[in-house]
Design a protein around this ligand. Sequence first.
Ligand code: PMP
Length: 310
Amino acid sequence: MEKFPFKFAFFQNKFVETKTAKISIMTNALQYGTAVFGGIRGYYNKKKGAIFLFRIEDHYKRLLNSLKILGVSLNYSLEKLKEITIELVKRNKPKTDIYLRPFAYAGSLQLSPNLARDKIFDFFIYMIPLAEYLSVDKGLRVMVSSWLRIPDTAIPARGKIAGAYINSALAKKEATDRGFDEAIFLTQDGHVCEGSGENLFIVRDNTLITPPASEEILEGITRNTVINLAKDLKLKVVERKIDKSELYLAQEAFFTGTAVQIAWIKEIDGRIIGNGKRGKITQKLQELFFEIVRGNNKKYSPKWCTKVKI
Ligand code: PMP
């Protein structure tokens, strides 16, 4: 990837050239991870001459909630954040699928992580082209991590908090070093949690099962999308605790997330999931999802996608 694939970013309250958007080495967020972030996908639809931003409002609601958990705030409203994002896409005129990274951070140059002092965060957003993050077609090989998920009583996984991603980095490193595509976290009490950057679903007896919000997960927007779609498709969806051994007995398993989209899992800890092929339920959800996000579904696209003419 080119170093700065898109010319513009929004930084320090204005649109600037991405290559000039730099922070000081003394920045508090760089030292301590005192920041929260988002990840929003934009899908390019050539025929419609537009980028479709997926559930942008929900992404910004979560960003503001992450700030609320930290007890800090931003000088931008939800409306203003949406406006900046749409304007950024228009200025950069992408002809490809994109990923936007909004980032709210302690921009103070003072020592020590002190959110009482640094209570107004700074904000920037930039974008990159992004096709697949992990393959949605090949079937992923994953392992249960030896690293446990951070508990809500230490660092709330419900907030998308930059510093918390050390937990994900450790799990991802372990999985990658051992030749796997991705890791699955267990919680402190040994229940199935989520991937390093994605939520997890399994299928047993034609029922979709996913850990509930109280299981140290990020409350994923793709997870919520899949739950809604599945219910509309009259599939049974249950949010409940999952034991590790249930993973091995699942008929289907897949990850959901903005970057990962919906990616099916072929193997967990060396056990083949189902018959080792993409399951019917996963395939149905994938097909519907990709139609919706690209702006091609009459029922859901208008509700969930923001069209930006390019
Ligand atoms: N869990 C974690 C830890 C994540 O980083 C992500 C990616 N944002 C997700 C789940 C999926 O969330 P979403 O569907 O909102 O992208």
